[in-house]
Design a protein around this ligand. Structure first.
Ligand SMILES: [Zn+2]
Ligand SMILES: [Zn+2]
Length: 310
């Protein structure tokens, strides 16, 4: 076990009983108290299995990110002391880092191949929160943690804040909690905001990338409020029709592989099948989220739109 696991494992392990308590409470609330939400034992079981599996694989590969951050520490401009103030500052800056990672993960197919797993359920529930990618340390976006170390935060503090943020996000995944008090909805990510993020309705695509603080979406123009008259329909614009966790795990990586070996493509086109936004295709035969929004009249057509997907 490497040092980053010594930091993150207690956070995750101490959270697991709380996670199960909330999953259980949500089922009781929906089943016996008529609260809003959906019950699906198979879907929830798949999510829980995938959560446990991804804790193991991500834990085993965490040394890659920690190694990079410890290496970067020698170039640190200043070593900030370990205090409550620096911990809070680190959490806020790391939350901005999470926003950027999450936005990239939706707009670039390589990290999307990891993150698509989280969006593969057609429901939302606390159990669905556990449906996580198993290749988190291979997306390339972990490099976004390096600037935090360079400006003075300890690598272990950066990793701890990331784990804490992941725990907070668990509580966003429910249909049972309606809107929270206005000041909370204004500053923090909430179940209502995150339901929008999981929605495949055109107006909800590419919105609410926040981890803990919704202020980043408000600041960078990606915030969309949940419309009570148009509830989110959950899932992917092209849904998986499987409950096999291993098929879900490899789905998009397999798709990338099939695309890059297609005959008669230029090198640039093969590269774009890896890094272009999901839904990009060399012949415009697929739809990206922007194409879907444009078709729904939510975006202006590009000035020279002869090839819609490029
Ligand atoms: Zn997402
Ligand atoms: Zn989510």
């Amino acid at each position: 076990m490497d040092v980053s696991n010594i930091i993150t494992t207690p956070v995750i392990l101490s959270a697991i009983p709380v996670f199960f308590l909330f999953i259980f409470a949500e089922i009781i609330a929906v089943r016996y108290f008529n609260q809003r939400g959906s019950l699906h034992a198979k879907d929830d079981s798949v999510s829980i299995f995938m959560g446990l599996f991804s804790v193991l694989t991500n834990g085993a590969a965490a040394f890659l990110t920690l190694g990079m951050l410890v290496w970067a520490q020698q170039f640190q401009i200043y070593a900030l002391p370990l205090t409550w103030t620096t911990l809070i500052a680190c959490f806020v800056v790391d939350d901005l880092r999470y926003y950027l990672h999450h936005r990239i993960a939706h707009r670039c197919r390589w990290p999307w191949a990891m993150h698509i797993i989280h969006h593969s359920s057609q429901r939302i529930s606390f159990a669905v929160a556990l449906r996580q990618g198993w290749t988190k340390h291979f997306t390339g976006t972990t490099i976004l943690k390096v600037p935090l170390v360079l400006i003075g935060f300890d690598p272990l503090m950066v990793i701890f804040c990331g784990a804490l943020n992941a725990v907070y996000q668990f509580f966003l995944h429910t249909d049972t909690v309606e809107k929270l008090p206005r000041w909370v909805e204004a500053v923090f990510n909430t179940p209502s905001h995150h339901r929008v993020h999981h929605g495949k309705n055109p107006q909800y695509l590419d919105a609410n990338y926040a981890g803990t603080l919704i202020i980043w979406d408000r600041l960078f123009g990606t915030f969309v409020a949940e419309d009570p008259s148009d509830r989110p329909r959950y899932g992917l614009v092209k849904d998986f029709e499987t409950f096999n966790p291993f098929r879900i795990f490899i789905h998009e990586y397999w798709g990338i592989l099939k695309d890059i070996v297609r005959p008669q493509l230029s090198l640039r086109q093969r590269l774009l099948y890896v890094v272009a936004p999901p839904g990009w295709s060399h012949d415009g035969s697929r739809q990206s989220s922007r194409d879907i929004k444009r078709a729904a009249g939510l975006l202006d057509a590009p000035p020279n739109a002869t090839h819609p997907a490029e």
